[in-house]
Design a protein around this ligand. Structure first.
Ligand SMILES: NC(=O)c1ccc[n+]([C@@H]2O[C@H](COP(=O)([O-])OP(=O)(O)OC[C@H]3O[C@@H](n4cnc5c(N)ncnc54)[C@H](OP(=O)(O)O)[C@@H]3O)[C@@H](O)[C@H]2O)c1
Length: 267
């Protein structure tokens, strides 16, 4: 077989760090494979995904196609079923599989950020898109999670997420200002490209014990900067990017990537 092709499918994708980290891992593991960024429209996404997978490769799906990829999958993991979104695809025995490694990625970051802390841990999640669903699914899988409060700029979308996770469960709508959460997770896209933070932490009734921002950029995000300035432990989205990429690689090749290579490529 020739060189296997993997790609990140989305629009825009030119800023993506996924080609750099996956190609570094492919090289280090001596794999005959390459990873590309491909900007695709909604109508091109499904056919491109299936073609890549059925030719022995695979890839990732990113904004705005994570939900649109679902009809093109033959099989889906529990994480896809739980979130209604797919970010990783490949083929096995002629069937195209989809996973959402944002769930496993966030789970790892969450465990690292809260290591040694006993539950119940109350969490405020900002956002109501695919990333927020992945965060909620991951938190629901941790026995230490207490109450999950969800806030979104457009409340109707937050209500849809609460409905999606059904009842009885620990997710409820929240007002970010009155939250006394142990941790705050930014799953909105606010803060991208050096933009302002989604909320002003100084206005919270009580500062959170930790801030996990899914957004990342060349510099640290406004939310992470503010949290650190207030003495609150904070990480940006690079750590999650790394963890979800490791989980994708493992889906494709059945083993973890060579240790430390992806982190090094991330800079
Ligand atoms: N680090 C990682 O590995 C990783 C993984 C997944 C996602 N992410 C990041 O997470 C972010 C969200 O991704 P997604 O897939 O969930 O996107 P999405 O489905 O497009 O949802 C975007 C969310 O951000 C909110 N939002 C956008 N601009 C805002 C603003 N100025 N103030 C407050 N809220 C705002 C939206 O609120 P409305 O509903 O009101 O529009 C919505 O809740 C993106 O920046 C993405 O890059 C990072």
């Amino acid at each position: 077989m020739g060189r296997r092709v993997y790609a990140i499918l989305g629009d825009p994708v030119s800023h993506s760090l996924s080609p750099a980290i996956h190609n570094a891992a492919f090289r280090a593991a001596g794999r005959k494979a390459r990873y590309e960024a491909r900007a695709v429209s909604a109508s091109e996404c499904g056919t491109t995904l299936r073609r890549l997978a059925l030719r022995g490769g695979g890839g990732n799906v990113t904004v705005p196609h994570k939900e649109r990829a679902l009809p093109f999958l033959d099989r889906r993991t529990e994480a896809v079923a739980a979130t209604g979104a797919c970010n990783t695809f490949w083929a096995e025995d002629g069937a195209v599989w989809g996973d959402n490694t944002d769930v496993a990625g966030f789970q790892t970051v969450w465990r690292e950020a809260t290591a040694g802390r006993a539950g119940p841990l109350d969490v405020l999640v900002l956002g109501a898109g695919g990333a927020a669903r992945a965060v909620v699914a991951a938190l629901l899988g941790d026995r230490r999670t207490g109450r999950i409060g969800l806030w979104n700029r457009t409340p109707e979308r937050a209500r849809a997420v609460v409905r999606h996770f059904g009842s009885p469960c620990a997710v409820a709508l929240a007002d970010w200002r009155s939250s006394g959460a142990d941790a705050l997770v930014n799953a909105t896209s606010a803060g991208m490209n050096g933009g302002p933070a989604p909320v002003d932490l100084r206005l919270l009734a009580q500062p959170p014990g930790a801030v996990l921002d899914l957004v990342y950029g060349r510099e640290s995000t406004a939310l992470v900067r503010q949290a650190k300035g207030m003495g609150v432990a904070a990480t940006d989205g690079r750590q999650m990017l790394l963890r979800q990429a490791e989980a994708s690689y493992e889906r494709w090749f059945g083993e973890p990537p060579p240790q430390g290579v992806m982190r090094c490529a991330l800079g």
